[in-house]
Design a protein around this ligand. Structure first.
Ligand code: GLA
Length: 372
């Protein structure tokens, strides 16, 4: 059964508990984060999904085999949170896994897909992130990881559609099984990379998971993104403290250019003005949420400088130039794009033309360019 593509015409925006809180989550955290989404103005900017990641379930299913919320951490249950979210104009998301257990070792949906989808629908869930730990490959002798992913994500997709409730499905196989090649129509988002770490590129041991490595893996997948299905290079780290302000601006700008889901991952209770100024940048949000739903194409790269171009519905485009290196660079992006129209620098608001630019280390400059 096909999914409802209209549930993600543009990349979903909101918050997810994992990057900042891991398994250490509670009902109070969710209530307070809902309040913060509204009081900071982030909800009004489009950040409406509040997604609870791993750690919400009790260690055992009920006698009837159903998933139940952890009675200590979520004493009021999930339905109360969903009802409250809806009353505030927000949406509530939950997390499960294709295997027997979640990555954190809690019960997951293998063999319970119908039952769990029904539970989620009954509670009023709007979004499901479905992970890829503890998958019983031994039950699929001879099948490749890709084939098993197609079967198991297909089962949950069908189960959610069968409930009749509109639920966004976020597939999280970390790029295993090349989901971009087949997941359109199964889920609305598919992770393309391992888990992001809150670091730019300093730690050699994290060479596959720093922001730069994640960008590199995802940026080449632009042909696969479009309304109803997007590449997911993982959630935002802006505000968590591991990168400089320049690096966080770059992280956010690149994710907006790549039509990535914008899921905030910092503590929103007491979020700083600096973080809000980054993730609240209206020009970048508009570029991310552009109705054409296209992911930027990398049109040029040399010596650690990248030029990306993202076509926009008004006939214009967004152009980004990014210096990944540790030294300043002078570069001429206008040589690699045809972007002659009037442009606005999304960070400074300056009205100018796409032209020669001096970039500090790790800096990205983005213009919104009118049709020329
Ligand atoms: C995996 C996912 C993460 C997070 C954790 C939870 O690592 O990729 O995004 O959901 O599991 O345990």
């Amino acid at each position: 059964m096909p999914i409802d593509f209209t549930l993600a015409p543009t990349p979903p925006m909101g918050f997810n508990t994992w990057n900042r809180f891991g398994m250490d989550i509670s009902e109070a955290l969710i209530d307070e984060t809902m309040d913060a989404l509204v009081s900071t103005g982030l909800a009004e900017l489009g950040y409406v999904h509040l997604n609870i990641d791993d750690g919400w379930m009790a260690p055992e299913r009920s006698a009837a085999g159903a998933l139940v919320p952890d009675p200590q951490r979520f004493p009021g249950g999930i339905k109360r949170l969903a009802d409250r979210a809806h009353g505030m104009g927000l949406k509530l998301g939950l997390y499960s896994d294709c295997g027997r257990k979640t990555c954190g070792g809690l019960p997951a949906s293998y063999g319970h897909e119908r039952q769990d989808a029904d539970t989620f629908a009954r509670w009023g869930i709007d979004y499901l992130k479905h992970d890829w730990c503890h998958v019983p490959f031994e039950d699929f002798p001879g099948a490749s990881e890709r084939e098993v992913a197609q079967i198991l994500y297909g089962r949950m997709s069908d189960a959610l559609v069968a409930t009749g409730r509109p639920v966004v499905l976020s597939m999280c196989s970390w790029g295993h099984g090349e989901p971009w090649e087949w997941a359109r129509g199964v889920g609305h988002l598919w992770r393309t990379t391992p888990d992001i770490m809150d670091t730019y590129h300093r730690d050699a041991h994290r060479g596959t998971q720093d922001m730069l490595a994640i960008f590199e893996r995802n940026v080449v997948l632009d042909p696969f993104a479009g309304p109803g299905g997007f590449n997911d290079p993982d959630m935002l780290e802006v505000g968590n403290g591991g990168m400089t302000a320049v690096e966080y601006r770059t992280h956010f700008a690149l994710w907006c250019m790549m039509a990535a889901p914008l899921l905030l991952g910092c503590d929103l209770r007491g979020v700083s003005a600096e973080t809000l100024a980054i993730v609240g940048n209206r020009q970048l949000i508009a570029i991310n949420q552009d109705p054409l739903g296209q992911q930027a194409r990398r049109v040029w790269q040399e010596g650690g400088v990248h030029v990306l171009a993202k076509p926009l519905a008004d006939g214009g485009q967004a152009v980004a130039v990014f210096n990944q290196t540790d030294g300043a660079k002078d570069t001429a992006p206008q040589e690699h794009v045809s972007a002659a129209g009037p442009a606005i620098d999304v960070w400074t608001g300056a009205r100018e033309r796409v032209g020669p630019v001096h970039l500090e280390p790790h800096q990205a400059k983005v213009w919104r360019v009118a049709a020329g």
